[in-house]
Design a protein around this ligand. Structure first.
Ligand code: IDD
Length: 607
């Protein structure tokens, strides 16, 4: 009759034990390998029975692929995996970090820094729930989210992936795990993986640990601090995720006091697995083990030994899987990697797979296809945008608020590089790894939202980058009631976003100053982090809103600008005056002198 591990009525731990006992060393090593979709072939998945496949940022079956094409691809790979000797299904991972951002047409939510501004746990959970549906619609079962980094220096290119600069804010937003995976029942053992069902996805608490605390915010850099500080600032969001049964943890590229996380037995095994009791699987980051040696990828056999022995269970290789398997098997045969370590890793991987239900439901659920980018999801994203906006200035005098704007104004100017650019408002990790410009996916730009919100008789003039003379001509024809000027950062990811100069790029400052000099202006800043705002400019503009990276639903911005609802967001990060102040946090006492402090945010209506 069917082997025990295939019987869904058996307890998970019994199924894990039974399957493990049937596996050869080669099959165990293969389960510990995660490869990129471009090298996922029948050889890899059937003959070698590799355990997991991922899409790198932007890696899709084809540009603009539909959810159905994604599901066809994942299901095909699954059939290859099920044809392997023991028929162990793969789990397929992708970075759905603000909606299913690898999928064209998916709902794109505000990036984490904007969600941190909402301080709304239930919203985060709901976003997780909806994201899980759109990820599942494409046949994918695992997202590499949430990022729990506590951003201690906004010069870091991944500041926008962080919910805030204080652990309490990040801890609050970990409720997204219960949205993604479903909420575990009362009494669920902390640290043990949980997944409610086939409309939920495996989540990934990343990047363990201290990723947001590197010196000067240097990406993949070194976090220099005491163990107490590492635990208090950077580690505290992890137990919140373990209490929710998060299934996976991703190791950080960064080092702690010079020791790379990917080879830290103390932090991965003694702390994460033993002290904190994490029972799911630890996956490396992309070529995370290759970075253990200089030059990158040299001494690969050592890199494999050091990371696996440190406690990493699955390696995001992602391409040279033959070399990985050859080295790992050789290391076990030589005794440099004990079989007990291999068994621990494979047990954890199988535990997550059995808990996820993928043995019983290995294929995609096609009934979900039409939820991708659906109206209900876009309304949730629009609500998230509304709640994420932070009103930093409203009127030059206290009793003369500038917002809300009049919908029936006669003539308004909409200007700035970011007024009509869906790619810019989505930011990095959208369609391409580092994002893009223009109509990169379905959505509503800020200009389109203004045109929808404004009264019929109002004339909207769109001039991205007006010169002084253009402005004069435009004004002579008929003066403007007000101007909405949208400036900010262009999309970036990881090291591409590391910057020591945090002024508004694209001479956004000059555009703002030119326009605000002659027309009452509200400035919208589209950015993944605070940017330098000169005092003179601040004095010139009538109102200022931090919109962060709002995603596809630009309508959430005009909902607030025109007063359909009030602003509620408060800063999740300190808004510095100058980069010379960095790093700067509210806990530092005297030296804390931001332009706007963490927690700051104005209202239009209720005082
Ligand atoms: O996309 C998978 C993971 C993601 O989950 C991690 O948060 C992130 O650190 C990451 N960087 C790369 C990556 C970095 C450089 C070149 C190519 C890919 C890949 N990944």
């Amino acid at each position: 009759e069917a082997p025990l591990y295939k019987d869904p009525m058996q307890p998970v731990e019994a199924r894990v034990k039974d399957l493990l006992s049937r596996m050869t060393l080669q099959e165990k090593a293969a389960q510990m390998a995660q490869i990129e979709r471009r090298v996922a072939t029948p050889t890899a998945l059937t003959d070698l029975a590799i355990g997991s496949v991922l899409s790198a940022g932007g890696s899709s079956p084809r540009d603009g692929a539909t959810a159905e094409e994604w599901a066809d691809m994942v299901d095909q790979m699954q059939r290859w995996a099920l044809a392997s000797r023991l028929g162990v299904p793969i789990i397929y991972g992708s970075d759905a970090v603000h909606g299913h951002n690898n999928l064209f047409g998916a709902t794109i939510f505000p990036h984490n820094v904007g969600l941190g501004a909402t301080r709304d746990k239930e919203l985060a959970r709901r976003i997780g729930e909806v994201t899980a549906l759109e990820v599942r619609a494409s046949g994918i079962q695992w997202t590499f989210a949430p990022c729990l980094a506590v951003c201690r220096d906004p010069r870091w290119g991944r500041c926008y992936e962080c919910y805030g600069e204080e652990p309490e804010i990040v801890q609050m937003m970990t409720s997204i795990v219960s949205g993604l995976q479903g909420s575990p029942p009362e009494g669920h053992p902390s640290g043990y993986p949980f997944l409610a069902g086939q409309r939920n996805v495996i989540a990934c608490a990343k990047h363990f640990v201290g990723d947001g605390g590197t010196h000067k915010g240097i990406n993949e850099g070194n976090t220099i601090c005491s163990y107490e500080e590492l635990e208090k600032i950077h580690m505290s969001p992890y137990p919140d995720c373990f209490n929710q049964g998060v299934c996976t943890v991703m190791a950080s590229y960064t080092s702690w006091n010079g020791e790379p996380l990917h080879s830290s037995h103390f932090l991965i095994t003694d702390v994460l697995k033993e002290k904190l009791g994490f029972k799911g699987l630890v996956v490396s980051d992309w070529e995370g083990i290759d970075r253990l040696c200089k030059p990158h990828g040299s001494n690969y056999r050592y890199c494999v030994a050091a990371s696996i022995n440190a406690g990493v269970d699955m390696i995001m290789i992602p391409f040279r899987y033959e070399k990985f398997l050859e080295d790992l098997i050789s290391l076990v045969e030589s005794g440099e990697v004990p079989m007990s370590r291999i068994n621990d890793a494979v047990e954890r991987i199988l535990r997550v797979k059995f808990v996820s239900g993928i043995f019983e439901q290995p294929f995609s659920d096609r009934s979900l296809l039409d939820v991708v980018g659906c109206k209900e999801h876009r309304l949730l994203a629009r609500d998230a945008v509304r709640k994420s906006l932070v009103l930093l200035k409203n009127g030059k005098e206290a009793r003369q608020p500038f917002l809300p704007l009049k919908k029936n104004a006669k003539r308004i100017l909409v200007a700035g590089s970011h007024a009509d650019n869906i790619g810019y408002q989505c930011g990095g990790w959208t369609i391409a790894w580092y994002g893009g410009s223009g109509r990169i996916t379905a959505g509503t730009s800020i200009l389109e939202a203004i045109r929808e919100a404004i009264g019929e008789e109002a004339e909207v003039v769109h001039e991205p980058n007006p010169t002084a003379s253009t402005l004069l001509q435009l004004q002579q024809k008929e003066p403007f009631s007000y101007a909405i000027v949208v400036v900010g950062e262009v999309p970036y990811a990881e090291m591409l976003g590391d910057r020591t100069d945090l002024s508004i790029p694209f001479n956004g400052h000059d555009t703002l100053s030119l326009i605000a000099g002659t027309i009452p202006t509200v400035a919208l800043v589209v950015s993944g982090r605070p940017l330098v705002l000169e005092t003179q400019l601040l004095d010139q503009i009538e109102a200022l809103v931090a919109v962060w990276l709002p995603g596809s639903e630009g309508g959430g911005i005009t909902d607030c600008l025109f007063g359909d609802c009030d602003f509620h967001g408060v800063l999740p990060v300190s808004w510095f005056r100058s980069v010379d102040q960095l790093p700067m946090h509210s806990s530092m006492g005297a030296g804390y002198d931001p332009l706007f402090p963490i927690g700051f945010g104005l209202r239009m209506f209720d005082k």
